[in-house]
Design a protein around this ligand. Sequence first.
Ligand SMILES: [Fe+2]
Length: 492
Amino acid sequence: MPHRRRRRRIALLVVGLAAIVWLAAGPIVDYIGVSLRWATSDHTFLFKPYLQLGDAPGLADPERAEVVWHAADREANWWVEVRPTPDGVWVRTPTPDYRAVRVAKVEPHRVYHVPIGGLVPGGRFSYRVGIGPKTLFEAEARARVPAGKPYRTVVIGDIAAGTSAASRVAWRIGEAHPDLLVVTGDIVYSRGRISEYAERFFPVYNADTPSSNTGAPILRSTLSAAAAGNHDIVTRNFNDFPDAMAYFLAWSQPLNGPLHTVGGKNTPGLEGSSDRIKAFLDAAGPTYPRMANFSFDFGDVHWTVLDANPHVDWSDPDLRAWVERDLTSARPGSWKLVAFHQPGFNSSVAHFHEQQMRLLADVFERGGVTIAFGGHVHNYQRTHPFTFKQDGKGQGGDGHVNGTWAIDRSFDGDKQTVPKGVIYVITGAGGATLHDTIRASRPDTWLEVTARVVSTIHSFTVLDVAADRLRLKQIDDTGAVVDSFEITRPAN
Ligand SMILES: [Fe+2]
């Protein structure tokens, strides 16, 4: 008998030890994941090349973009060549420049940023990247579209969760062939770390081959822009997670936002030892904290991308004035669209109390915003057009921003297509676990402003833009259209 008891005790001990090892393995595996990639790649990529807008908010002719890739922190004879038109000649860019990422617990590496120019607005072009005599990577892409030319945008949030749904959605997005991808935050789960970009984002959104299991080669061929969600920038203690805040390292977007001062109010504050913070700031360069808010033009759209996280007080007069100026100074004739993460108007139980973005409703209305896109809530929701009047008390302690709305119920997106007010779209069903699946069939539980909820399947937004018309289609991960509507301009 004592023998059996001892055996049981030993068995329990073994199970206990195994559990401890398993629990501890999570972060270790994260780091090993990055290291292994390095071990197998000599001079090649950590993250393969992809396209970014860079600090180029406005349309231009010729157009420009940035080729970005991440590679080992060592000298190599890197080069980039661009063929601006399909039958043109290859032109070599100046020597690629980089910012080194030397943060703790991640293999030191470099993020190369190479401006490319001479592009025909809306035209097809090719680029290739190599070292010495060797071409390592080649892709085709479409340059930023000029005003007056129709094009397609995909808008989607809450994406790189490492789920099969995330890959399926990315593949479907690739199949939709967008000219621009706009991400409404929660780009990568769950802490916005470099190691998570390595595991969940780049392999899916910049996959070599398209498939419903792997994703699609979107980022190498499509310009993209992203707002920062809570999962992207809420983890910012560099003692615990030295590779956090990778949003500011991976993305290269216009730096025309209102917040320039490190540690200033309304910026995402940095925590941890001064060494760790300095390592992040050195790696981020000018992107932190500026890139959390910005705007850019693409064809007939002026996009304003905002940081909706709670460290920003959108009742701050200076910030509100920046949004107001940004909207009123937009290129005449452009549609004004806004993208941010936490939606103010939400008919789910999940995140219902996070209503801070209602504080900007009046600014959006005065500025002529047509659609404000959000994510955060993992489903699809669309409101009627409406205007919102705050009751004057701002955001209460419970997160609510109370007020009254004037709903335009005559707009149906089909026969009556001129909205009176702003339409708010939540497109947060990009891959993370769905929220409130029951709500789709319970309109009696929705906010009065809500017109449509799709919460039982992952989906993304296709927005076809023309000078006089916006057509929105919500596509689920089987390819079915689950909502659609059209917006036109008022007749003169
Ligand atoms: Fe979120």
